[in-house]
Every structure is written in C-alpha cells, then in structure tokens.
Design a binder for this molecule. Structure first.
Ligand code: NAD
Length: 264
C-alpha cells in the first residue's frame, strides 16, 4: 500500500496537490500578485478558472493570455467583491461558463495603512468592506451553488497580521482577523453539505501590495523571516491548492500560516 502510493502519482502532483482536471475554480483579485499566482497554479493543474478582477483590464487580460498560451482554460469576470449584485453575477457567470463551481478562493484585498488615531472613517470602512464583507458576499453566493452540488471547497486569504495584529494596520488586521472568524463559522455551517472552508495566512509576499513599502521596512521585515527570503505568489498558491484539493478532504475551519517562519 505504502509502496504503491509512493510509486504512484504523489510526485506528479496528481495525488499530492489534488487533481483539478475539469474542476471549476473562481479566484477573486486574480489579475495580479498572489491571486494571479493562485489562478495560474489551478490552471496548470487542469482546472477551468474564472479570473475575478476589479480595475486593471490589461493585467487581467495578460493573466488570461498566459493561461491560454500554456494550454489552460480560463475566463475573465470584472466586478467588485464588495457589491453583492456584482458578486452574484460573478458566481452565476462561473456556473454558466464552466457548468458548476467546485472551488472559491477569496483573495481580493486592499490596504489603507495609518496609525489608528489618524485613520479616517473612510479608510477603516473601505478595508473592512473589501476584505471582510467582500469575502462574506463571495462565500454566500458560492455557497448557494456548492450546497446544491453537495460539495465544494473555499479558501479565504487572511494574513499573519490577522493573527498577531500590526501597528499602522488596525483596519487591515481587523479585516483579516474577521476573515478567520468567518472561515471557522462557515466551516461549521457548510459542513453539512460537504463544503470545506479554510484559510491561508501569508506573511511577507513580494507583490504590488508590498512593493509600496520603504526599503527600510522591507529589510526589517525580511530580517525576521527565518527562511531568509520573501514569499512569492507560488508559495501561497501551493498552500491554497493543498487546502482546496483531495489531500485536504478531512481538513476544515483551519488557518494555514505560510510565512517562512516569520510569525514564530
Ligand atoms: P495586490 O494588491 O497585488 O492584489 C490584490 C488584488 O485584489 C488586485 O488584483 C485588486 O484589483 C483586487 N481587488 C482589490 N479590491 C477589489 C475589489 N473591491 N473587488 C475585486 N477585486 C479587488 O495584493 P496581493 O499582495 O496579491 O494580495 C492578495 C491577497 O493576499 C490580499 O487579500 C492580501 O490582503 C493578502 N495578503 C498579502 C500579503 C503580501 O505580503 N502581499 C500578505 C498577507 C496577505
């Protein structure tokens, strides 16, 4: 048994990552950064991927072209995750285009950093609106389809600052802590329909979001990473595919930290 498992497909990725051939996957914020990395990894594993995106048509179009050039299948949907009408339209689109909805990855997110005493109402509300409310709206809309199918996997992208907090990020840390509470609650609610809900908490990942940080802050963050390198979108994608796939079929309501040891 052990021998045949090892001699089988574990090294090809088919068993280890989960086989996503023909599965329908929706990734929000898929035009760039971590979302792009996640979408490309699913497509490389044979999934049909809906690339949810908000602002940048060119970046989203580039991700689509790259997936198609590599022989993958994907489709674009432009919409704002904090608008419930647009979120419903996005999940309807995924089901119409690819026949069902097997995996939802809530990746779309923003920052509006600042010290709490100087933080405007608008900056607080906007971050909660996109990061937490957007995640809820997408889970609710996808959950309706997944319940009918009696199967599905949802992976919500949180952050290590949602676990530990961070000065200058009260709004962002609160939104990401909220994503963890949402994940655990929905894991309990949705389990009756065979739907698993988990979260990934990245540390410092090199994307446009962190590209705005000063060199000094970047160096200080990197100095606290035991693995001595920043994370890349592919590092997060690996954890997301694991949690969405067959290898994690007995895992729900969990938060997987992917931070090179930064939060140890
Ligand atoms: P990014 O800014 O490069 O990408 C975020 C994506 O979300 C963009 O494509 C953007 O268009 C999209 N988006 C923003 N608001 C949206 C909205 N209202 N509706 C739909 N899409 C919207 O950032 P990233 O670094 O790739 O981050 C991806 C996720 O990972 C975010 O949730 C972020 O909070 C989380 N995260 C990132 C890091 C990091 O170090 N980069 C660390 C921890 C967690």
């Amino acid at each position: 048994m052990h021998k045949s498992f090892l001699a089988g497909k574990i090294y090809t990725g088919e068993i280890y990552m989960g086989n996503f051939t023909g599965k329908s996957v929706l990734v929000t914020g898929a035009g760039r950064g971590i979302g792009r990395g996640i979408a490309m990894a699913f497509a490389a594993e044979g999934a049909n991927v809906v690339l949810g995106y908000c602002g940048n048509d060119e970046a989203a179009g580039k991700t689509l072209s790259e997936i198609e050039a590599a022989g993958g299948h994907a489709a674009l949907f432009k919409g704002n995750v904090s608008d419930s009408g647009e979120v419903s339209a996005m999940t309807d689109f995924a089901v119409k285009t690819f026949g069902r909805l097997d995996v939802l990855v809530n990746n779309a997110g923003i920052t509006r950093d600042g010290l709490a005493l100087r933080m405007s109402d608008e900056d607080f509300d906007r971050v909660i609106d996109v990061n937490l409310r957007g995640c809820f709206l997408c889970c609710r809309a996808a959950g309706k389809y997944m319940m009918k199918q009696r199967s599905g996997a949802i992976v919500n992208i949180s952050s290590i600052v949602g676990i530990s907090g961070n000065a200058g990020q009260a709004n962002y840390a609160a939104s990401k802590a909220g994503v963890i509470g949402l994940t655990k609650s929905l894991a309990k609610e949705f389990s009756a329909w065979g739907i698993r809900v988990n979260s990934v908490a990245p540390g410092f990942v090199e994307t446009d979001m962190t590209g705005v940080l000063s060199e000094k802050l970047r160096e200080s963050m990197l100095s606290s990473v035991p693995l001595k390198r920043p994370g890349q979108p592919e590092d997060i994608a690996g954890a997301v595919l694991f949690l969405a796939g067959q290898s994690a079929s007995y895992i729900t309501g969990q938060v997987l930290t992917v931070d090179g040891g930064m939060s140890l």
